[in-house]
Design a protein around this ligand. Structure first.
Ligand SMILES: [Zn+2]
Length: 249
């Protein structure tokens, strides 16, 4: 069992390293996804704003037509004012002229306001387009760098995966089953040292008889509190380097 535990510790070191590498890979992938998501959102915003600008411009064209029409009406009324016969008619036309003048002023004001909105929207669109160009460049270079990192990580994952398979082949099925079960329940260490009559995983005291069994290393012992597999700490000091050699061989 001593040898099995030594191999298991070696397998665990390998698995922990593999976990870390896989975590790093996941982080890179999620960062790339985040970047792309941010860019997509910005492009979506830009398109929405371009749509808005189109609507405002169409409103502007409509207002310009309105203004032209009102101006024509105003001119025709002003001409007619010269030819009216009665005071009553004069007053009526003059009233119309006043109304058209007011309408002209109002439309001109609205057009001015629309122009301000158009200018602000165009500026915002320009800024967004510039930002998108920068972001695309940033993402392209980030992706190139990430691809290099991912390629390195993939090579490490492959190497660690091969070592894991080798290590698992050297440990008995029963021990592997227990080890896998503990790892499936909680991340991190599944095999821990027993030192000074307590478990180094959860720091709970171990029954004296069990501590003796752990030192004998003839049986597979697990912590009654945290359920991790236990080995005698001194065995960990002497055998880890040897077991590594046995796996490398
Ligand atoms: Zn424990």
């Amino acid at each position: 069992m001593k040898q099995q535990l030594a191999l298991l510790r070696e397998l665990q070191n390998n698995d922990l390293e593999l976990d870390e590498i896989l975590q790093r890979k996941a982080e890179i992938m999620s960062r790339l996804q985040e970047n792309t998501g941010f860019l997509d959102k910005l492009v979506e915003d830009l398109n929405a704003q371009k749509g808005e600008l189109e609507e405002i411009r169409s409103l502007q064209r409509q207002k310009k037509d309105d203004l032209r029409e009102v101006t024509e009406q105003l001119t025709s009324r002003q001409k007619r004012l010269r030819d009216v016969g009665t005071t009553k008619e004069f007053n009526a036309v003059e009233k119309e002229i006043e109304a058209f003048k007011k309408s002209t002023e109002q439309t001109e004001e609205e057009l001015l306001h629309l122009l301000e909105i158009i200018e602000a929207t165009e500026k915002s669109i320009g800024e967004k387009e510039e930002k998108i160009v920068q972001l695309r460049e940033g993402i392209a270079s980030d992706e190139a760098e990430a691809e290099r990192q991912l390629a390195t990580l993939d090579r490490t994952i492959e190497r660690l995966g091969t070592r894991r398979d080798e290590a698992r082949g050297q440990v008995s099925k029963r021990v592997i089953y227990k080890y896998d079960f503990i790892r499936s329940r909680r991340p991190g260490l599944a095999v821990v040292a027993a030192k000074s009559s307590h478990c180094e995983g959860c720091f709970m005291s171990l029954p004296p008889q069990q501590y003796i069994e752990i030192q004998r290393a003839e049986t597979l012992e697990t912590c009654p509190s945290c359920n991790r597999i236990l080995y005698f700490w001194e065995d960990g000091l002497t055998s880890d380097s040897q077991s590594e050699e046995s796996i490398e061989a």
